[in-house]
Design a protein around this ligand. Structure first.
Ligand SMILES: *Cc1c(COP(=O)(O)O)cnc(C)c1O
Length: 443
């Protein structure tokens, strides 16, 4: 899709190159000086701010306030949101939760992941994925990444499974679906449950089916930076209504929906309920999600077509089975050797000066010191023999992910809510920096 129309500036820039094949996608003047060296920034306007809201949210919130029904149980907003989110994703059932981290924790509990079990996780993720496993006193075992897609590489699962391995948590990082054919096949082979961490992947799809519906359940986050936002919030979806009912019970002190009396407890649980305020905001934000997602997708496709012309900027690959990317992040690798050795840090600084705040991605989470401190705790030492930690150390070798941590960069979802010109400015900034990389390095 998206044959970009040749921009006026691009057209003019192409004229002197008569005799050379016209390159319609070359836009902007790479010859102009980078902003870091005193040139004019590629973009002077700010990117769209987040969150997006209007009177819809104000009215919805005021109605909850005036109703006096602020908690789930008295009000109806949380239930309405659950029904709407199930409908949107096509899932049989949905439970709204206090946040995404606890959506994972509830799922681990209700799928029978217990202290002393092992759970396969990707190393390239937000720390919450791993914290959820550690809170359960289970051992996170890292499956190396596919550096082309930034996602867990299911081909690397096989050697990591032990008789204690119970679950696998694929994370659709940045909204880009994991190779779920590979994950589901490995899970079947080794009899593992699959908890999809879709906390960055609202309405992303794998082979036309919404993510979160490919494994046993899917967990979502509605934290303030996320594409669907209620400040804090989360949800679990599943095709298994019975499982969602058990999650419901667990998240409200072990009291199932159909109680024999007000104080009958069916299981041990906790309180992880969403408030009516969060749900009211989410119902309002939901009215914009599809339109915003379409805009991000169209802009991302255009940006990818522009960045393909820049050696050393490598947008994250989408698998053939990915039919929709939620674009929480626009992921790409920066190869310094194609920029005359200019460091990623300096490249990002130069991008910032161009008016385009891109970020270096995650650090090597699987090499973090806090993991070992946690393993040294009394509880963990009771649950796992010392040899297991030694073996964990040997297995924790992730060359593809290490590369990703050196080269990974991203643009936030807000960048993709801007217009097409903004995508051209992003590409123009990179081209300017590349052309003048040696001077930028010295600056
Ligand atoms: C945001 C996020 C979470 C946690 O969600 P919260 O709502 O912040 O608790 C978990 N996993 C990933 C990949 C996330 O991006």
């Amino acid at each position: 899709m998206n044959q970009p129309a040749i921009s006026r500036r691009g057209f003019l820039a192409a004229i002197p190159a008569a005799g050379v094949a016209l390159q319609p996608r070359i836009i902007g003047a790479a010859d102009t000086k980078p902003a870091l060296l005193g040139g004019k920034p590629a973009r002077t306007d700010p990117f769209p701010s987040w969150p997006v809201f209007d009177a819809t949210e104000e009215k919805a919130l005021a109605e909850v306030v005036r109703s006096g029904k602020w908690g789930r149980g008295t009000g109806k907003q949380v239930e309405k949101f659950e029904a709407a989110y199930a409908r949107l994703t096509g899932a049989r059932a949905c439970l709204a939760t206090v946040n995404g981290t606890n959506a994972l924790i509830i799922s681990l509990n209700m799928l029978g992941i217990e202290p002393g079990d092992e759970v396969l996780v990707p190393p390239y993720t937000f720390v919450a994925t791993v914290n959820a496993v550690l809170r359960q006193h289970a051992l996170p075992v890292f499956v190396d990444s596919d550096a082309d897609s930034f996602q867990m590489d299911p081909k690397k699962i096989d050697g990591l499974v032990t008789d204690r391995t119970k679950a696998i948590i694929p994370v659709h990082l940045g909204g880009n679906p994991v190779d779920m054919d590979g994950v589901v096949a490995a899970a079947r082979k080794h009899k593992l449950v699959v908890i999809e961490d879709a906390c960055q992947a609202w309405i992303a799809q794998w082979r036309g089916r919404n993510v979160g519906r490919l494994g046993d359940c899917g967990c979502f986050s509605f934290q303030a930076t996320k594409n669907l936002n209620s400040g804090e919030g989360g949800a679990i979806i599943s095709e298994n209504e019975d499982f969602i009912e058990r999650c419901y019970g667990f998240h409200t002190q072990g009291r199932m929906r159909k109680l024999s009396s007000e104080f009958s407890y069916n299981l041990s649980g906790t309180n992880l309920r969403m408030t009516e305020f969060q749900a009211a905001i989410l119902l309002s934000q939901l009215t914009r999600l599809e339109e915003q997602s379409k805009r991000r997708e169209a802009n991302a496709a255009y940006l990818t077509s522009l960045l393909r012309e820049i050696p050393g900027i490598v947008p994250a690959k989408m698998y053939e089975g990915s039919t929709r990317n939620a674009y929480h992040l626009y992921l790409f690798r920066y190869e310094a050797d194609k920029f005359g050795g200019l460091s990623r840090e300096k490249f990002l600084k130069a991008m910032q000066a161009e008016g385009i705040g891109a970020a270096a991605g995650y650090d090597q989470l699987n090499k973090s010191a806090f993991l070992k401190t946690t393993f040294q705790s009394r509880g963990f030492r009771r649950l796992f023999p010392a040899e297991r930690f030694a073996r964990w150390e040997e297995q924790n070798v992730t060359p593809a992910n290490d590369r990703l941590c050196n080269e990974g960069c991203w643009l936030g979802q807000g960048h993709l809510l801007a217009d097409r010109t903004a995508m051209e400015q992003i590409a123009e900034a990179m081209r300017k920096i590349q052309k003048h990389a040696a001077e930028v390095a010295r600056a």
